[in-house]
Design a protein around this ligand. Structure first.
Ligand SMILES: Cc1cc2nc3c(=O)[nH]c(=O)nc-3n(C[C@H](O)[C@H](O)[C@H](O)COP(=O)(O)OP(=O)(O)OC[C@H]3O[C@@H](n4cnc5c(N)ncnc54)[C@H](O)[C@@H]3O)c2cc1C
Ligand code: FES
Length: 256
């Protein structure tokens, strides 16, 4: 993990509601793993807390990181307005990444902005037998579906892209057809809870990338705790920034 000054190479719309930013950050790109994130300082000097953003792609040879950012509150709005040549302070790479575990067939599941880290996971771990399932609000919100290393099935809330369904519908149909060795998922909390339920009921190993409000991003403030289940059935807490954001589906309690 390093604190560096990254240079903005490009900043442009990716789809409705998402901005794609490419950073030159060779020190981070060199050691990054799919599923990790960077903690970005809002470049206005006024916001003290950094914003956690996942790696959608990273290229160690070119020294670049690709991000997809949703301008949600003030901090991400300012980040989405950066220009080529701007400098952004970043801490990273942070957190645990996804682990392919040598799996032959992986089902990737992404929802909305959660598709971004899943794209990184597909680049690192997809095999010809793997499949991806993406859920978007509608066609205009879709991204990450071209030049993918495995087949993608997309569904939408409004029926403008694929079937009008939750992403768990085609996932379940695919599991009935062929059981994967591993599921990797990132998306809104209800989607992750549903994927977790399916994986546990079907006995399929599953890794979930969680999102939680963060303070320090490096495990010191306990601001990002999630309820964790220990192997002996007792429970405690884990830090999303340091112990995650990627967790084994068996070790977190997402029932709220
Ligand atoms: C591991 C991880 C990866 C993420 N990856 C992405 C990504 O790739 N693209 C993307 O658009 N968003 C991502 N997010 C969510 C993103 O960090 C928040 O939307 C953002 O921090 C909100 O900041 P804001 O200033 O726009 O909003 P505000 O509501 O003004 O934020 C105020 C404070 O709350 C914190 N905060 C608010 N919402 C969140 C949240 N959901 N998660 C963490 N901190 C929050 C901010 O850091 C800040 O300290 C990720 C979150 C986590 C935890
Ligand atoms: S954000 Fe401080 S411990 Fe995770």
């Amino acid at each position: 993990m390093q604190e560096i000054t990254a240079r903005v190479l490009s900043c442009e719309p990716l789809c409705a509601g998402l901005t794609r930013i490419v950073l030159h950050a060779p020190e981070i790109a060199r050691t990054a793993k799919a599923g990790q994130f960077i903690h970005m300082l809002v470049p206005d000097g006024a916001h003290v807390l950094r914003r956690p953003i996942s790696l959608m792609a990273f290229d160690p040879a070119a020294g670049t990181l690709t991000l997809a950012i949703q301008p949600k509150g003030r901090g991400t709005q300012i980040l989405c307005a950066v220009k080529p040549g701007d400098a952004v302070q970043c801490l990273g790479p942070l957190g645990t990444g996804f682990d392919g575990c040598g799996a032959q067939t992986i089902y990737f599941v992404g929802g909305g902005v959660g598709v971004a880290p899943i794209c990184g996971a597909m680049d690192s771990f997809a095999t010809p037998d793997s499949r991806a399932f993406f859920g978007f609000r509608g066609r205009e919100y879709a991204y990450g579906m071209t030049q993918t290393p495995c087949a993608v099935t997309a569904v939408s809330d409004d029926g403008t892209l694929g079937e009008r369904a939750l992403v768990t519908k085609p996932l379940l149909a695919a599991i009935e057809e062929k059981r994967p060795d591993l599921i990797m998922a990132c998306g809104p909390a209800p989607m992750l809870a549903a994927v977790q339920r399916i994986a546990l009921e079907c006995g399929i190993p599953c890794q979930l990338s969680l999102e939680e409000r963060m303070g320090c991003g490096i495990g010191a403030c306990l601001g990002c705790n999630v309820k964790a289940v220990h192997p002996d059935g007792t429970w405690g807490y884990k830090r999303v920034c340091k112990d995650g954001p990627v967790f084994d589906a068996k070790e977190v309690d997402l029932r709220g």
